[in-house]
Write a protein that binds this ligand. Structure first.
Ligand code: GRF
Length: 219
């Protein structure tokens, strides 16, 4: 079966990007990473991607007069790479409705909270301040409102009394690096069906240490 031609959009460190690249390295992987694209020329992830032998590109938002022009520039570069599917991985630009619509159901994101709780920034500090007992991360299809869209997968961990935003961020990041490749694999295998505001994942074998929801997966 043809592999899903996937581009990863980053703005910085790119540790989730690295996890995705690693998981797609095997020729038998259902997705292949055809491009890593950053809006920042100095994003650390670009060097890691190049080292891993993945094509990279920079579409610098500062070179464009407005968001629509920037998004059109992104789209041109993605088209040139033959990308069919997008993974946002720490991509820190708001996308226009036109771009989101164009890539509807073909663009996913990872967010460091259990959505719909704590969309936006500073999720770990906000989870602690709210006294949340559990925290984690979410992979979801992208809709226009920030950090919304049908949820594909979540990974959960208990909050410890001694946790700080940094300690929580570090533990959640470990989960992110396992969850995002798993979610991309499911999508690329054609297991994920969108029904309204939710998704159905069929036939997936789930490592229980990542996904603690006993209901998972739905058949
Ligand atoms: C991650 O925590 C991700 O969930 C969020 O931004 C961060 C990016 O980190 N969207 P990295 O660049 O993947 O290391």
């Amino acid at each position: 079966m043809a592999r899903l031609r996937t581009a990863i959009l980053i703005s910085g460190r790119g540790s989730n990007m690295q996890a995705l690249i690693e998981s797609c390295r095997a020729p038998s992987a259902p997705a292949e990473i055809v491009l890593v694209l950053s809006n920042h020329p100095d994003a650390a992830g670009l060097a890691h991607a190049a080292q891993a032998g993945v094509s990279t590109a920079v579409v610098d938002h500062r070179s464009y007069p407005d968001r629509a022009a920037f998004d059109a520039g992104l789209d041109r570069r993605l088209g040139a790479a033959g990308a069919e599917f997008l993974c946002l991985a720490g991509f820190m630009r708001l996308l226009t409705p036109a771009f989101v619509e164009r890539w509807r159901d073909r663009m996913i994101n990872i967010h460091p909270s259990l959505l719909p709780a704590f969309p936006g920034l500073d999720t770990h500090a906000r989870a602690l301040a709210a006294g949340a007992r559990f925290h984690g991360c979410t992979v979801h299809f992208v809709r226009f409102e920030t950090d919304t869209g049908p949820i594909i997968a979540q990974a959960v961990l208990p909050v410890q009394p001694a946790d700080t935003p940094d300690s929580l961020a570090a533990r959640v990041l470990v989960l992110e690096h396992r969850l995002y490749p798993q979610a991309l694999t499911w999508v690329a295998e054609g297991r994920v069906r969108i029904e309204g505001d939710r998704t159905i994942v069929s036939g997936a074998v789930v490592p229980p240490s990542v996904l603690l929801n006993p209901e998972w997966p739905e058949k």
